[in-house]
Design a protein around this ligand. Structure first.
Ligand SMILES: [Zn+2]
Length: 356
């Protein structure tokens, strides 16, 4: 089945993890053997050939670069200008993938229809470019409001104002506080340009302020249910309901820490807690139950988003395993047309409504 994955940090892996995503996952793992600079070395699950093998022909791919002030213990750049430069390097990698025919940037309805037709026509996905919608995770790199228009011209179509910790325009996961005047100014400009607000990672206070001040289209690209994995990184039922009312689609994520209660990073193992891919269906199903329909749930796997197999479902080898989710949904009683909506249809409808 054709699959849309609404959150992948592809360029971050290319530039910061030094992964050549045009190669098979097995080869990427092999080259990382013995390296200990990152906890997920040799445990990656994503690459472009592996996406094609699983039918993941379309995704939202990020630019991501945090700015950290002195005293902020999170990894990040020491000036916003360095963060901007990093996102421009990431864009250069996407452009080189486009030039090689490995990826296609999708930024309007015409491009969307072209890309879908390409994947529908061809029986063999091996050589097809993977489509991507460009998104920015954490807006610290947006130096001035004028930079947002520049980013839009580069194809940026979605933006999450915050990531982990305190941000310039909003407060993210593990931080507290509102969006301030800079956040409000950012949201106003996003609305003018038609950039989708990704509410993922906003802390509760920033979330409520952002949904109040922003009147454009919003989604949660990779967010699970707090009721099933109690931590403020996930959204409460009340937050989910507001997103559903606003027409959002919510992407279920495969970061183990966000799937089950009590996961301790770098300590808990998937085997210890019996975490399997099937667990994602609980999060998908909860969103569908809250909505009373299947129109607001999708996949936003976040695979290789700073973690690998050590922090993913135990029975997931690579991103191609997303292709097993339709069978799991069917086993829970979801009809074929509902499963198609969850696996790609909802995101595609959302984008068409946004860009029409
Ligand atoms: Zn994230």
């Amino acid at each position: 089945m054709f699959i849309f994955d609404a959150h992948l940090d592809l360029s971050m892996n290319a530039l910061e993890w030094n992964r050549d995503f045009t190669r098979p996952v097995s080869e990427i793992r092999e080259r990382e053997k013995g390296r200990t600079d990152k906890p997920d070395r040799g445990k990656g699950t994503v690459s472009l050939p592996e996406m094609r093998r699983g039918g993941i022909g379309f995704c939202v791919a990020t630019q991501i670069a945090r700015y950290v002030r002195p005293g902020n213990p999170l990894p990040g750049w020491h000036s916003p200008e360095q963060a901007w430069a990093q996102t421009q390097g990431q864009l250069a990698w996407y452009r080189s993938m486009e030039e090689r025919g490995q990826m296609t940037q999708v930024k309007d309805v015409a491009g969307l229809d072209r890309h879908l037709a390409l994947w529908q026509q061809t029986g063999e996905a091996q050589d097809l470019p993977v489509g991507y919608v460009l998104s920015l995770e954490g807006a610290d790199s947006i130096l001035t409001i004028g930079h947002l228009e520049r980013s839009y011209a580069q194809g940026l179509r979605a933006l999450g104002p915050a990531h982990y910790g305190p941000g310039t325009y909003a407060q993210g996961t593990d931080a507290t506080g509102g969006i301030g005047w800079r956040g409000r100014e950012l949201l106003t400009e996003m609305e003018r340009l038609g950039i989708i607000l990704d509410v993922t990672h906003l802390c509760d206070e920033s979330f409520w302020e952002a949904v109040k001040h922003f009147h454009g289209r919003l989604w949660a690209s990779h967010s699970n249910c707090r009721a099933l994995a109690p931590h403020h990184r996930q959204f409460t039922d009340e937050q989910m309901k507001v997103l559903i009312e606003r027409g959002a689609v919510i992407g279920a994520a495969l970061d183990a820490w966000m799937m089950v209660p009590g996961w301790i990073k770098r300590k808990t193992t998937p085997e210890e807690v019996g975490l399997k891919l099937e667990r994602i269906v609980d999060h998908i199903d909860r969103v569908c139950q809250l909505a009373g329909n299947v129109l607001h749930s999708g996949i936003g796997s976040d695979l290789d988003g700073g973690f690998g197999r050590e922090q993913s479902p135990g029975d997931l080898d690579t991103i191609a395993d997303l292709a097993r989710i339709p069978g799991m949904l069917a086993a829970r009683g979801y009809k074929p047309e509902d499963i198609e909506k969850i696996m790609h249809g909802n995101w595609i409808r959302f984008l068409k409504e946004t860009w029409k």
